[in-house]
Write a protein that binds this ligand. Structure first.
Ligand code: BG6
Length: 452
């Protein structure tokens, strides 16, 4: 059966192979390749990319001789880059085996270079070719953009001019990966797409969203489509409303430059939370493969009811965090964070109500919200089923609205919980709320299944 890392890997290899048997491919290790990370001196490389690659490496899910070439403007040599990646692995991964870390780091290199200078790209090409030869990688190249959005058009241009956009021969591939933000509005996204498509064929381009790599997000599809019990209820006849929440207790973590020109709506909603909405609301895909899932998810997005200007006041709330005390520690308000203009109107919180105008969901409100510096950290989807036509039993705790729910917890404590009413034990006929659930990673209080 699929597990998280392997699905991502499947998504990456799927474009090349037209094998309709989705799942049987999941255990294959990808082709030998070299990954060039643009913006390698940045925070994302340290906090996410290298630790994730290391974990794949230690789980033996990377191809032999998998090599990383870090590329960015900062002057550094291989040794300094490796030291900093060593520290990153020790900070962000579970305690590892020193030998394993050493082996992984021995395939990591660094090249300083500019983003807008032809000579730098020639050196990059030479370095990539030399490493491919040395490591017997046959020219498969993965170009990962971990740079500020404004740098991307020029990088794509230079990659095109230097020929780094092309496969080396018929047996090798060159792919390019982008994360959000992909432009800053429809117009700029279209322009960026046009620029990319000038140099790269569509099958070379991967626009990714890290939420789709989360175990519980992948599990939404399995829960919905591997169990017959949910489908008959999964529609407007039985579902009253749906909440999709991603609450973070951290602030902007020194990312004022990026965040203040982006805001919570573009940082979280248009990408991560709409992906969750797509998975919750989609029709069953014809196959378990990247294209079928993407096609069904797209239909959901296309059915979202557009807002009229007059709806915005009624259906959308924006906010900013102010200074407060979190777990006994004074924390700054958004406008006091370094680099944020004192009169900034960028939202750090947004909540909205939306409708999916199709046969399954017509009339069911979906509430989506996200924010930084909230009292707790939780990402979850709550399906509220319709209540019974009248209440036959007295509720012990008067919490009828909190019955009839299916909670899909994305993080932390990944798992699924069902809340419903049960009889209070004894000689009374009152009902009370009970919860049954299971944790994906068995970290919940009473192991794989429990009842509260
Ligand atoms: C990123 C956003 O895409 O997702 C961050 O830019 C946010 O602002 C992060 O904190 C949340 O991701 P996760 O995996 O921690 O929920």
């Amino acid at each position: 059966m699929a597990d998280g890392n392997q699905y991502q890997e499947y998504a990456l290899s799927e474009k090349n192979s037209q094998n309709p048997n989705g799942l049987s491919q999941l255990l294959t290790v990808p082709d030998p390749c070299i990954m060039a990370i643009f913006g390698a001196s940045g925070d994302l490389t340290k906090r996410m990319l290298i630790p994730s690659l290391y974990e794949l490496f230690s789980a033996k899910l990377l191809p032999e001789n998998f090599t990383v070439l870090g590329y960015s403007r900062k002057e550094m040599d291989d040794k300094i880059f490796r030291e900093s990646m060593n520290e990153a692995i020790k900070t962000y991964c579970d305690p590892g085996n020193d030998e394993c870390i050493k082996h992984f780091l021995s395939n990591i290199y660094y090249l300083p270079g500019k983003y807008d200078d032809e000579a730098s790209y020639l050196s990059l090409k030479e370095k990539l070719d030399a490493l491919c030869k040395e490591k017997n990688i046959y020219g498969n190249r993965l170009l990962y953009m971990s740079v500020p959005p404004e740098a991307i058009p020029e990088i794509v241009n230079q990659l095109g001019k230097s020929g780094l956009n092309r496969n080396i021969d018929d047996d090798s591939w060159t792919r390019i990966i982008f994360e959000k933000p992909f432009g800053h509005d429809l117009e700029s996204a279209k322009l960026l797409n046009k620029r990319i498509r000038k140099y790269f064929r569509e099958e070379q381009v991967y626009r990714i969203d890290h939420y789709l790599g989360k175990e519980t997000v992948q599990n939404i599809i399995v829960t919905r489509f591997a169990n017959g019990i949910f489908e008959p209820l999964w529609n407007r006849n039985y579902i009253d409303h749906v909440e999709i929440t991603s609450a973070e207790n951290i602030g902007i973590e020194g990312r004022a430059g990026y965040f203040d020109s982006t805001g919570a709506l573009k940082d979280m909603v248009q990408n991560h939370l709409l992906q969750l909405l797509g998975y919750i609301a989609m029709e069953p895909p014809a196959m378990f493969d990247a294209k079928s899932i993407r096609d069904e998810s797209l239909k959901v997005i296309q059915s979202l009811r557009p807002y009229e200007l007059s709806d915005v006041d009624k259906m959308v709330i924006r906010g900013q965090y102010t200074s407060s005390v979190v777990r006994g520690k004074n924390v700054e308000g958004y406008r006091e964070e370094e680099g944020v203009p004192i009169d900034s109107r960028t939202e750090t919180f947004v909540a909205l109500k939306t409708y999916i105008d199709n046969w399954r969901w017509g009339g069911v409100p979906f509430y989506i919200r996200t924010g930084k510096r909230l009292p707790t950290k939780v990402t979850e989807i709550v399906i509220h089923f319709r209540s019974t036509p009248y209440h036959l039993f007295k509720n012990k705790d008067d919490m009828a609205e909190s019955y009839n729910q299916l909670v899909i917890r994305i993080q932390p404590d990944e798992g699924i919980l069902i809340k419903f009413a049960m009889k209070v034990p004894g000689y009374i006929s009152e009902s009370e709320k009970r919860q049954y659930g299971f944790s994906l990673f068995r970290s919940w209080r009473c192991g794989p299944s429990y009842c509260l």
